[in-house]
Design a protein around this ligand. Structure first.
Ligand code: FES
Length: 145
């Protein structure tokens, strides 16, 4: 069956958008954006963080921590593609790390791993790093209890 005019238009539009994204973002960001890692609710978790960034978007991190090490991780966000990519990169950075090391993950760590972000998107990396830290804090408060 031949491609309809509408299908062709949609495909061309999609390709144009993707090309535009590729011009402005690193390969790493595009990869995490298109195929986010660890996206989703983690039913069994002992650390949880939820923050709303300056842009109004919200992010959540779920951590499963055993012997002071992050053994499983999940995130969710209603934010932009860059926030999904930032959270996915943050999750990869934190997974398997001892808490001591995970606590050192900042927006700068995320930006470095991402290969940089346009200035107007850098707050997305900040939201991801801060939400991770919020989840770690939550775990520490729970374990004090
Ligand atoms: Fe809100 Fe990216 S624009 S997190």
């Amino acid at each position: 069956m031949s491609e309809s005019t509408l299908d062709k238009f949609a495909r061309e539009l999609q390709e144009e958008i993707l090309e535009d994204v590729r011009r402005n973002y690193s390969e790493t960001v595009v990869d995490h954006w298109m195929q986010p890692r660890h996206l989703g609710f983690l039913p069994q978790h002992n650390g949880y963080g939820r923050l709303t960034g300056s842009c109004g978007d919200t992010m959540e991190f779920f951590l499963d921590i055993e012997n002071e090490r992050i053994t499983r991780i999940g995130f969710d966000t209603d934010g932009c593609g860059t926030s999904i990519a930032s959270a996915s990169i943050t999750a990869e950075l934190a997974l398997g790390k001892p808490l001591k090391e995970a606590k050192m993950i900042t927006n700068l760590t995320v930006l470095e791993k991402a290969g940089g972000l346009p200035e107007e998107d850098q707050h997305c990396a900040l939201l991801a790093a801060n939400t991770l830290q919020e989840a770690i804090k939550n775990y520490e408060e729970r374990s004090k209890g």
